[in-house]
Design a protein around this ligand. Structure first.
Ligand SMILES: [Zn+2]
Length: 419
């Protein structure tokens, strides 16, 4: 069982006192009175750790509401940790956001860089501040860009080119907007060498735009969540879905194919003990040759949505739509009425100036997707494919999920699984 962890027992066990302390904290949460009853602790070995029940996002928020952790040495920041309805769920971090550990193992930025931080700032989003803390360690120049509107791209792109920007960072959906606009306008960022990303899976279509706009640029990825903070990183030599965990992060691949994370960092404020982000994955050897075990992220398990009793694989549908010439991004919107799917719509964002044959794509998706052709056998008109100006975004988290589920009666769509 211990080979399902990213660290061997001899490397992990000297730090398991942190997990034991987290367990003691979780035990004080009244709602968890029964949860850990059969686990007297302390956690001395990886087998004991693997026997603990995993924590989900709601569990962690229940714990945080009771524990209300505060940093001993710095301000305590509250950030959004997702959740699709109601008030934002909250994760905590001290100033610095644990980026010392990231900088020690991942030199994506150095002193000579001019770094454009294009993660949105405000609304309790963490990534902008986390990237700023990394830039602070690197001692580079920083342009705190944040999010901009569609009309502003040409002017800002020209500014970034003038400033000789060497690095940019954002979620892949935001980066795609930047590079698609630059490509459409014939603008280049000749000094750009590094594209930092975090928050969503890398989008292979970015490579095409990068080749035209910034041919020297390479991707540098971080993987994590507002609960775990940065768990792992990769470099241009690694596959985009493979990450090297930081030594203070213990990654476990469960028998059900889901990853969970346990912090070994005594400064961590969130009680991260076998915390599941919802990402499926496995431990792997990275072809870059860096020693130690890495992990491969295989997408979100919750991206299978039930449609009339059949599982619809959202990622597969989106990937097929995005292979269509002219399509820059796709999104699946499932409309439900009282829990039953009344329709499935595939929204397409076309590349600048591209013409997309939505009718032909619809015919292909309908005939080629078992769940759609079977579930909508008698009312295929409720499967639609449409080109749109904007996909449905979650205003609170700033992310554009590949799946949106909405109630037929509701005016506003509720963000779906990957919010
Ligand atoms: Zn690697």
């Amino acid at each position: 069982m211990t080979d399902a962890f990213s660290l061997p027992p001899e490397a992990a066990e000297p730090h398991l006192h942190v997990a034991a302390r987290t367990l003691e904290l979780l035990r004080t949460v009244p709602a968890f009175a029964d949860r850990y009853a059969g686990h007297p602790g302390p956690v001395r070995g990886l087998d004991e750790l693997a026997a603990l029940p995993p924590l989900l996002k709601d569990d962690l928020n229940t714990a945080l509401a009771h524990l209300e952790p505060r940093s001993e040495t710095a301000a305590t920041w509250l950030f959004q940790s997702g959740g699709s309805t109601g008030a934002p769920k909250v994760g905590y971090a001290p100033t610095g956001f644990y980026m010392d550990g990231v900088h020690a193992h991942w030199r994506a930025l150095d002193r000579d860089d001019v770094f454009a931080n294009a993660w949105g700032a405000g609304r309790m989003w963490g990534a902008h501040f986390l990237a700023a803390a990394l830039a602070d360690r690197a001692g580079c120049r920083v342009i705190a860009l944040g999010s901009i509107t569609r009309e502003e791209y040409p002017d800002w792109l020209a500014f970034l080119a003038d400033r000789g920007v060497t690095a940019i960072g954002g979620t892949p959906s935001v980066l795609r907007l930047w590079f698609a606009h630059a490509r459409a306008a014939g603008l280049k960022l000749p000094a750009l060498r590094k594209v930092l990303w975090l928050g969503e899976a890398w989008q292979p279509q970015l490579e095409e735009d990068l080749a035209a706009v910034a041919p020297q640029a390479r991707r540098w990825g971080m993987f994590g969540s507002t609960e775990t903070w940065v768990v792992g990183t990769n470099t241009p030599d690694c596959p985009a879905d493979t990450f090297h965990p930081l030594p203070e992060q213990l990654v476990h691949a469960g028998p059900d194919g889901l990853l969970d994370f346990t912090t070994l960092n005594p400064e961590m404020l969130n009680p991260v003990l076998r915390y599941r982000t919802g990402d499926a994955g496995e431990l792997a050897d990275c072809p870059c040759g860096r020693p130690g075990r890495s992990f491969r992220v295989l997408g979100r398990r919750d991206n299978v949505v039930q449609v009339r009793g059949l599982g619809l694989h959202v990622d597969e549908l989106v990937a097929r739509a995005e292979r269509e010439p002219g399509v820059s991004r796709a999104q699946v919107v499932v409309t439900e009425d009282g829990g039953r799917a009344t329709g499935v719509e595939v929204l397409l964002l076309a590349g600048p100036g591209a013409a997309v044959d939505a009718a032909a794509l619809r015919a292909e998706l309908l005939s080629g997707t078992f769940t759609l052709s079977t579930a909508f056998q008698h009312d295929p008109e409720h499967v639609t494919v449409r080109v749109t100006d904007a996909l449905v975004s979650n205003d609170r988290t700033g992310k554009t999920a590949s799946l949106v589920v909405r109630e037929a009666a509701a005016d506003a769509p509720a963000p779906g699984a990957a919010s």
